[in-house]
Design a protein around this ligand. Structure first.
Ligand code: PLP
Length: 425
């Protein structure tokens, strides 16, 4: 395992022992027997490791790390992160209620998103969140009127679109000129001026988030430089800020991406921000949870066609949509190694009736029907993006801590899928 090599860097919490893949002290085949498949398996130690590694760059300094809830919003994981000292970045009232239920501190919540409804704002004001990251003039006016009418004041940052291009998939780039996110950097100064005079509004920061799964430092640093130029102009105009929120987007090593040196990057960000006596706030999602989870699935059938070989498994795009949606690559491992069995190239596909329902193409595997496969690095944007398409109950989620496994979300049952529906007379 080398930090500079191109081989995927693994969490030590997911490794083979005697030819069988383990999570901490439990083998994945035991977990599959006990909880069934498809199954999301998370390692508590891996979450803690990722949190510690991310926070190392701050060496205990007054940072605020607001975990982006949408990456993995299971209550048990939110509670784990809250206990480690995380704040939270939310994009809906649903995520807000999850954080509150998990025991997260409302005063450490930032609220992002282009379409905040009035009821969502009202609830966030009521519980006293840290900051609204405002994304348009219309939103600013709505928030001002609402807060003022309640005799409250809403703390805000304006989310800037810094116009930077990133190397990530177009679906997860958010900081380019034609994205729906944020305020044009040229218009930001005017909007800050307006915000300063609005009732019910208290300016405390500035924000940006340029996209997800970014694996080069350059786009981040370009954004920092644009944002800090703006911060200087705001300061000159008497608009004082307390924090600079540089968002999330820190890429992880799924396959052959460059390894992002996050500590060095955060060090540069801190330098730029703290020079002005401001506090750095970050909103990492993926980097805190991706490596801490695998999707465990069982092989139903092997199938050979003129086009090639397929491994048909019991998980698909309903459990993990990243491969079809973003062309994402996840390593796929056999849970039990089969010494002596020849490796063949396979496409690993799910049961969903869509040609896009492929979890991995051209994978070298030695497997037979009934075997278990682990889709690695599935802790981020896995379960949280899952769906019931094809009337498939959602998978169960299990959190492993040493030799203990806790069911943190039980498998859905078919009755639950039909419960909200009515048969007309
Ligand atoms: C999704 C999102 C994040 C987290 O992105 P990651 O790539 O998971 O780190 C942070 N901030 C905002 C505003 C987001 O929309």
């Amino acid at each position: 395992m080398s930090a500079t090599g191109r081989a995927a860097i693994r969490s030590p919490q997911f490794d083979y022992r005697g030819g069988v893949l383990y999570t901490e002290s439990l083998s994945l085949d035991q977990l599959a027997q006990r909880f069934g498949t498809p199954l999301y398996v998370y390692s508590k130690a891996a979450f803690i490791d990722a949190w510690r590694r991310f926070n190392q760059a701050f060496d205990g300094h007054g940072q605020r790390v607001c975990y982006a809830v949408k990456a993995n919003s299971n209550l048990a994981i939110l509670k784990l992160l809250a206990n480690l000292g995380a704040g939270f970045d939310i994009v809906s009232v649903g995520e807000l209620e999850r954080v509150l239920r998990a025991g997260g501190d409302p005063a450490a919540i930032v609220f992002s998103g282009v379409g905040k409804r009035e009821d969502e704002m009202r609830r966030a004001l009521e519980v006293g969140i840290l900051c609204f990251n405002v994304e348009s003039e219309a939103e600013l006016l709505r928030l001002s009127a609402l807060a003022h009418s309640q005799g409250r004041s809403a703390a805000i940052a304006i989310r800037i679109n810094p116009h930077v291009e990133t190397d990530t998939h177009p679906h997860i780039a958010t900081g380019h000129r034609d994205a729906k996110f944020g305020i044009d950097i040229q218009r930001a100064e005017t909007l800050y001026g307006q915000a300063a005079s609005l009732p019910g509004i208290r300016i405390i920061g500035i924000a940006c988030h340029i996209g997800s799964q970014i694996t080069q430092p350059a786009p981040f640093m370009t954004a920092v430089s644009h944002i800090m130029t703006l911060v200087e102009r705001l300061l000159e105009n008497g608009i004082a800020l307390q924090h600079v929120d540089l968002g999330g987007g820190f890429g992880v090593h799924y396959h052959d991406e460059p390894q992002l040196d996050i500590s060095a990057l955060i060090g540069c960000m801190r330098q730029a921000v703290e020079k002005h006596g401001l506090k750095l706030l970050l909103e990492p999602g993926r980097v805190l949870v991706a490596k801490a989870g695998v999707l465990l699935t069982r092989v139903e059938y092997l199938k050979t066609t003129d086009q090639g070989r397929f491994v048909i498994v019991d998980a698909g795009m309903t459990e993990l949509i990243r491969p079809p949606l973003y062309d994402a690559w996840h390593e796929i491992r056999a849970v039990e190694l089969r010494p002596g069995m020849p490796f063949e190239l396979h496409d690993v596909v799910g049961p969903v009736c869509e040609s896009a329902d492929t979890l991995g193409r051209d994978r070298r595997l030695a497997v037979q029907a009934g075997d278990l496969l682990a889709i690695m690095d599935a802790g981020a944007y896995g379960f949280s993006m899952s769906s019931n398409y094809n009337s498939r109950p959602r998978a169960a989620e299990v959190l492993v801590d040493g030799e203990h496994a806790t069911l943190i979300r039980r498998r859905e049952v078919l009755e639950e899928l039909m419960m909200q529906e009515e048969l007309p007379d």
